[in-house]
Design a binder for this molecule. Structure first.
Ligand code: AMP
Length: 410
């Protein structure tokens, strides 16, 4: 089914052919006509499925067809969990809007940077706001904008919004939105808190479920390598060289680990940078730009980077530290094998993390053979690993607490 049969305007069709996109992805084919018919949408879709265009294209069309009031009031609000995703979604809107008559204004706001330029940017109004919830509330508290004219609300990566503890912010924002509006809700996973949120937000939604579970995605090869925890950096270096990996996203559990692993790789002449929430926004943007432009071989990231990053042709993801939850696993490996490309996800499994990885496998319906790389044969036993502090503590982490709170207040 070509894009032209979905009801999109000639200007948007030209924008798509300028990008050489020939066919809509399944979520686009299903969502675009539904959004154009003003229906609410409940989309089960991961980043990489083309979901940004699935809402951006019909929203732009609706907004161009019905010129807004003057002064402008925000008519579409897209809520996203992270600054990176905000910037990415904003870029998509802007690049498509260039092909329209130039009258639509897109504003992107997120925390971690000064609020003043964002307040200035909202002067004179805007048509589309792409925002992280906390900063949006700050701007509303400063009367920098009003949500009273919002006709369509998009929740992008709703599961991540709740994982990051934004439940309360979402409640506050809802109270500021007009009751009568269109709601588009996208999430990769549907734990009970996400289902509950969808139920309270959506009215008679069109359900779109295009998400094959990662284990059934033929384009992501998943592997597990058994290795002692202390050998992981060496093994990573070995694999990068031996397998000629040109671009690798490596996940670790902490900011500290991101710094240390990146540092060790750099000392071995591998272009590597850490990427985590404590870096300045400027630095994070720079690392991403360098990675995208192939000036960096390795980015060593905490889970911040797993949320919504779109790096085309990312061939390899390595779980140096395993993710805490199955949904983090899904998000992490979803960074590779995107938009029809093939990808490889490698898990380092030590004696200490073997039981945890089995749990992930069980929940994912996976059973991966434990591979052993010559020269890196594991020797540690579970009890040794435990005595060296390798086993995760039982105390809930800050993230666990956030999750629990999010589950209590959907
Ligand atoms: P998303 O899931 O929105 O993050 O999109 C994933 C990637 O697929 C992005 O790089 C998009 O630019 C690309 N993409 C989206 N729609 C299409 C399409 N119909 N054909 C080819 N690539 C697409």
């Amino acid at each position: 089914m070509p894009f032209s049969s979905l009801g999109l305007s000639p200007a948007l069709l030209r924008a798509l052919s300028a990008r050489a996109y020939t066919l809509p992805t399944p979520i686009q084919a299903a969502a675009i006509p539904a959004v154009l018919q003003d229906r609410d949408v409940l989309g089960s879709a991961q980043t990489g499925s083309g979901k940004t265009l699935a809402f951006a294209l019909p929203l732009l069309q609706q907004l161009t067809q019905a010129p807004g009031e003057r002064p402008r009031r925000a008519r579409a609000l897209v809520l996203v969990p992270t600054r990176e995703l905000a910037a990415q979604v904003g870029d998509e809107f802007r690049s498509l809007a260039q092909h329209l008559d130039g009258s639509l204004k897109v504003t992107v706001v997120f925390g971690g940077v000064s609020i003043n330029p964002q307040m200035m940017g909202l002067r004179g109004g805007t048509d589309i706001v792409v925002a992280t919830p906390g900063r949006l509330l700050d701007l509303l508290d400063h009367n920098a904008l009003s949500l009273a004219g919002v006709q369509t609300l998009v929740l992008d990566e709703a599961d991540r919004l709740l994982d990051l503890g934004f439940a309360e912010e979402l409640q506050r924002l809802r109270a500021l939105l007009p009751a009568k509006r269109q709601n588009l809700f996208f999430s990769a996973t549907f734990p009970p808190a996400v289902q509950a949120l969808a139920q309270t937000l959506l009215q008679d939604p069109v359900r779109i479920d295009v998400l094959p579970a990662p284990q059934t995605q033929p384009d992501i090869v998943q592997r597990a390598i058994a290795v002692d925890a202390a050998q992981r950096t060496q093994l990573l270096r070995h694999l990068i060289g031996q397998q000629h990996w040109s671009r690798v996203l490596v996940f670790v559990a902490t900011k500290h680990a991101a710094e240390i692993v990146a540092d060790k790789l750099r000392k071995a002449d591998i272009d590597a940078e850490p990427f985590h929430g404590e870096l300045s926004q400027g630095k994070r943007t720079q690392v991403l730009a360098d990675f995208k432009a192939s000036r960096l071989t390795v980015v060593v990231a905490t889970d911040v980077a797993a949320r919504g990053l779109d790096i085309a042709q990312l061939p390899v993801v390595v779980n140096y530290d395993l993710p805490r939850s199955t949904s983090d696993y899904t998000h992490r490996i979803g960074r590779t094998g995107r938009a029809g490309e093939s990808g490889l996800a490698v898990n380092f499994v030590s004696a200490a993390t073997e039981a945890h990885f089995r749990l992930i496998e069980k929940r994912q319906g996976l059973q991966l053979p434990r591979e052993i790389v010559a020269g890196f044969e594991p020797v540690q036993t579970v009890s040794e690993a435990a005595s060296t502090g390798g086993v995760k503590g039982k105390r809930p982490s800050k993230k666990d607490k956030l999750r629990a709170a999010a589950a209590r207040n959907p």
